[in-house]
Design a protein around this ligand. Structure first.
Ligand code: C2E
Ligand code: CA
Ligand code: CA
Length: 716
């Protein structure tokens, strides 16, 4: 299963819930069906064996009965074959029957329906002379026997001689004339006992009951049965008919344990229920998994807001669905995020991102908000009176001050009334370009993308083609900004900063350096500035003006350019100036690997160059660098100086200063603009100060004047 951090946000879609419900319901129906089938199968099996048993009972009953019926057939012959109905044969036969047939208790002869002979006579004496056909109660069966000319078994009945029995009346005819009855009496209790004995031992497994559908018999028990082996009612699942001569009996059989018992199929039941649970469990898990994957793809795992790809597709759909509405895009980019990461640690910075995402989504211009990646966020919303920019005016400072890390600067790029025909990523890129254009720009937090950017592109192309000529005609000028000792406030050095004097306009490096860095022309520009600075130092020495180190900025391209060290060394040697007067300012970059920059700076040091770590504390540097590079001076970026006044900012600066001094580095604070900043820096023993508070960069001419004055005043 997939592991995601903000699982609590995972929600199943209605579609998925529906799917789970359908699978649940269908499998419940199937489960029910299967369980019922199992049950039915067991019942069927039991019914089949019950039927077999019922047939056994029927056989036992009829077999037991047949013996007595057959005996009445023998007696009947006495009427038909012999004229002497009172023959002694009756006595003999009666004796034999009663002795051999256990169920039989008496036999009678009743010529013309009147009993004249009974055996054993002593017991049944009272029945002699009994006129059967005229008995108001019992004549019915006897009359039927005569009319149908068939044996009829009546009972169970209360016998005249006492007890309960079945009475078999077998009518005899001669020349189709009724001659009389041959009668046998069956002892009902013995009959029942005999039948049951013959069924033993199956009786332990089954209950049975026998009943008659007519009322004119003696009911044996309260359940209305004439015959049963239980005192309880017997279910009528399996019922068969027993045809008794002249009568119908019914027989029901049931297993003692009932037709169905869960124990009979416990394993099958368990397997089926388990299968049901497994199937449903798997469906639920797979749906949750799907939801997780979907959620992971859709939402950013750290902040929980939309991910970039989900943002693209959502906005794409939004634009298509609202072809006639206009939209704005606002991109937020955290300044110096890498540095913050190395100072505050990943955890704290993640917390900041989470906080920022929440604020940006909840309090920003209401729209579709997403993490654009890393420290960048984006939101798209309907165009409405510059709502995006309004939000920045009202909210940014408040939100940032309440953040887990204080004083973080966030820069914004705004692209109003976007061109919806462009792909969403390009639209966002435009806003991002605008945001990037104000990174490290201390005065601005937001820039709008507009036609200016297109114009800028043209301007950039023009600049690139003008470069060659600008070098040749000395359009690039070196300006100088002095550095001062924090305590003596004497000038202890300067930094060379290039300017491009183009058509009477003085262009700042921010307008062209990045361009030449992109196309590699910077290598030549840096060397040009380096040469000019060497010339300046040589001039100072020649003029007997006490020189100070004048540092030169080296971009990464220059640093990595093949043969750079030799060329720079040659330039120095040609002019015969001490190498330590031209320190090189380098920056660490996230994209460079530390090993390479370490080797290069080591080689520079071996040649004799002093190395200053520039822009320390800006987005491009990290604390690690203090341990890696062999540099001589640390230049604190202006963004750090701007933290002064804030408690955590003060702390941070103090730590950096302590650490740097521990490593015996000289520290320069750049961009110092106020007395408060100066006092603070002095308090924490910052060695040098560079900034507008003392002096802004000056052209060569102005700087020379200033320089001479400083010497004259003893300030150098
Ligand atoms: P940097 O090396 O950090 O230079 C310091 C920048 O801060 C300079 O901007 C300087 O004018 C400005 N500055 C100094 N004190 C203050 C202050 O108190 N307040 C404010 N707001 N700004 C102050 P500049 O001259 O515009 O240079 C910008 C950047 O261009 C430099 O930043 C450097 O990275 C680059 N650069 C300048 N010259 C060269 C060069 O010859 N070669 C290369 N590769 N880069 C250069
Ligand atoms: Ca610099
Ligand atoms: Ca700097």
């Amino acid at each position: 299963m997939l592991n995601i951090q903000n699982r609590k946000r995972v929600k199943l879609s209605n579609y998925q819930i529906g799917r789970i419900c359908i699978v649940g319901m269908v499998s419940l129906v199937v489960l029910n069906f299967v369980l019922l089938s199992i049950r039915q199968k067991i019942i069927n099996e039991k019914e089949n064996s019950a039927k077999l048993f019922a047939e056994n009972i029927r056989t036992s009953i009829t077999v037991e009965l047949k013996k007595s019926i057959d005996s009445t057939g023998v007696l009947k012959k006495l009427f038909i074959e012999s004229d002497d109905v009172f023959s002694r044969d009756f006595e003999i036969l009666g004796e034999i029957f009663i002795r051999d047939i256990k169920t039989m208790s008496a036999v009678y002869l009743a010529p013309n329906g009147i009993v004249v002979k009974a055996y054993p006579e002593s017991v049944y004496e009272s029945t002699i002379g009994y006129d059967i056909l005229n008995d108001p109660e019992k004549q019915k069966d006897a009359v039927r026997a005569v009319l149908e000319e068939n044996t009829i078994v009546a009972g169970p009945l209360n016998l005249i001689a006492g007890g309960t029995g079945l009475i078999i009346r077998n009518p005899a005819f001669s020349d189709r004339k009724f001659k009389g009855f041959a009668i046998a009496v069956i002892n009902w209790d013995v009959f029942k006992r005999n039948v049951m004995t013959s069924l033993y031992p199956s009786l332990n497994n089954y209950n049975f009951a026998v009943w008659k559908d007519t009322d004119d018999y003696k009911k044996s028990d309260e359940n209305g049965y004439i015959f049963s082996n239980t005192s309880k009612p017997v279910s009528k699942n399996v019922v068969i008919k027993i045809e008794i001569p002249g009568d119908d009996w019914y027989l029901a059989v049931e297993p003692v344990n009932g037709w169905f018992n869960i124990k009979d199929s416990l394993i099958e039941y368990l397997i089926v229920v388990l299968l049901f649970l497994v199937i449903n469990g798997m469906v639920i898990i797979s749906q949750i998994d799907n939801a997780n994957v979907y959620h992971m793809l859709k939402y950013d795992s750290l902040t929980g807001i939309l991910s970039r790809d989900a943002f693209y597709s959502t906005v794409d759909k939004l634009f298509k669905d609202n072809a006639y509405s206009s939209y704005d895009v606002l991109v937020a980019d955290v300044e110096n995020f890498k540095f913050l990461n190395s100072v505050y640690g990943k955890e704290k910075c993640d917390e900041f991102l989470k906080y920022f995402a929440k604020v940006f989504e909840e309090r920003g211009p209401k729209g579709i908000c997403a993490r654009y990646g890393g420290d960048k966020f984006v939101t798209v919303f309907p165009s409405e009176n510059n709502k995006g920019i309004e939000y920045l005016k009202n909210e940014t400072t408040v939100t940032i001050n309440n953040a887990p890390i204080k004083n973080v600067i966030v820069k914004y790029g705004f692209y109003g009334d976007v061109d919806k025909s462009l792909p969403v990523n390009l639209i966002c890129d435009r806003a991002l370009q605008a945001a990037k254009s104000v990174l490290h720009n201390y005065d601005k937090i937001v820039e709008s993308y507009n036609g200016k950017f297109a114009k800028k592109l043209i301007k950039e192309q023009m600049f690139e083609s003008a470069f060659e000529n600008a070098i040749k005609t000395n359009q690039f000028k070196v300006w100088f900004q002095p550095k001062f000792d924090s305590f003596t406030e004497k000038m202890v050095g300067a930094e060379a900063l290039v300017r491009w004097v183009k058509d009477d306009e003085v262009l700042a490096p921010s307008e062209f350096i990045y361009l030449f860095e992109n196309d590699g022309l910077i290598v030549r520009l840096d060397e040009y500035v380096f040469t000019k600075v060497c010339d300046t130092v040589k001039f100072l020495i020649e003029q007997n003006l006490k020189p100070v180190p004048i540092s030169v900025n080296l971009s990464r391209n220059s640093l990595y350019h093949k043969g750079m060290i030799e060329r720079y060394k040659a330039i120095i040697q040609e002019r015969g100036i001490p190498i330590e007067y031209i320190p090189l300012e380098i920056t660490e970059s996230s994209s460079t690997n530390n090993k390479q920059i370490k080797e290069l700076s080591q080689s520079l040091k071996e040649v004799g160059f002093k190395i200053h770590m520039d822009d320390f504390g800006s987005g491009l540097s990290s604390m690690e660098i203090l341990n890696i590079l062999p540099f001589d001076e640390l230049k604190l970026d202006k963004s750090l100086i701007d933290y002064i006044g804030d408690t955590s900012g003060n702390e941070l600066l103090r730590h950096i200063l302590e650490l740097a001094h521990l490593k015996e580095l000289l520290v320069v604070a750049e961009g110092v603009e106020t007395k408060e900043q100066l006092d603070y820096l002095k308090n924490y023993n910052c060695d040098m100060i560079q900034g507008y508070y003392f002096k802004a960069p000056m052209s060569q001419e102005v700087f020379m004047e200033y320089y001479k004055r400083q010497i004259a005043e003893g300030n150098i």
